[in-house]
Design a protein around this ligand. Structure first.
Ligand SMILES: Nc1ncnc2c1ncn2[C@@H]1O[C@H](COP(=O)(O)OP(=O)(O)OP(=O)(O)O)[C@@H](O)[C@H]1O
Ligand SMILES: [Mg+2]
Length: 243
């Protein structure tokens, strides 16, 4: 089954404004890992916001075409319902963190679902172990580094056990040890059967992506195997994507 179906998606933030996403179509199978790649401003974060339903539910604008996650059309379901299917971590995770401790952040969503306290406790412990956050459990997220905050925001979305993860610039704030760690975590999540969409400038991430989607000025200009794209220097040079 397809975890994500995007069919002829176009979007503008303001009805009379610039078209930011242009007739994008792709499908992602359950369990696939896909990287979204492209120059700054090409629409990667905007596409992520569509996958989580933040667009159009919170940001409005004009969306045409279809986006379906785990069989749910984003237009027909509230963001809270979509969050059970798609765990979206924003490019700036600060906007997702608002509670006094790391543990509170991770417990928040399952508590809101009124899950039994033992189940909430199990999820919190498992996630803290998976993400290696034990030393920060009682710390305030506001005092953590950018990379650590990203992990806490990831933990908070994992607590709803979504089948799909959409991670916008997961490596941006990490040093090389942090990058190794997140690659390991993503590898484990992929082995656990999660569908993973990663926006990334860092080519290191491509080693865990089955496919790469390349966006240019809001249009999808390539959809193919990571190994083939990386070997296609001509394409990368023409589109100024050599790194
Ligand atoms: N809230 C908004 N209102 C209007 N325009 C916006 C808004 N957010 C983003 N844009 C515009 O949409 C375009 C795509 O932005 P987006 O953030 O999706 O790009 P990106 O590929 O994620 O860039 P980056 O790599 O720098 O994060 C840009 O021209 C940006 O200025
Ligand atoms: Mg972005």
């Amino acid at each position: 089954m397809d975890a994500i179906i995007v069919d002829n998606l176009s979007y503008r933030y303001q009805p009379s404004g610039e078209q930011i996403l242009k007739n994008i179509s792709f499908n992602i199978k359950q369990g696939e890992s896909v990287a979204i790649f492209g120059l700054s401003g090409c629409g990667k974060s905007t596409l992520c916001l569509c996958l989580g339903g933040i667009i159009p539910h919170y940001l409005g604008g004009e969306l045409t075409g279809r986006v379906q996650v785990s069989g749910k059309d984003i237009k027909d379901h509230k963001v809270a319902q979509l969050a059970l299917e798609v765990g979206l971590v924003f490019q700036d995770p600060d906007t997702q963190l608002f509670l006094p401790t790391v543990e509170d952040e991770i417990a928040f969503a399952p508590e809101n679902l009124c899950l039994p306290p033992e189940e909430v406790g199990r999820r919190v412990n498992d996630i803290i172990n998976l993400l290696g956050l034990d030393d920060f459990r009682q710390r305030s997220p506001g005092q953590l580094s950018g990379g650590q905050k990203y992990l806490v925001a990831l933990g908070a979305v994992l607590a709803l056990e979504p089948g799909i993860l959409v991670l916008d610039e997961v490596m941006a704030q990490l040093d090389s040890a942090g990058k190794r760690k997140i690659k390991n975590i993503l590898f484990n999540l992929r082995c656990a059967g999660k569908t993973i969409v990663i926006v990334e400038h860092d080519q290191e991430i491509f080693s865990i992506a089955d496919r790469i989607l390349v966006l240019e000025e809001g249009a999808l200009i390539r959809d193919g195997l990571a190994s083939e794209l990386l070997a296609d220097e001509d394409f990368l040079t023409r589109h100024k994507l050599l790194f």
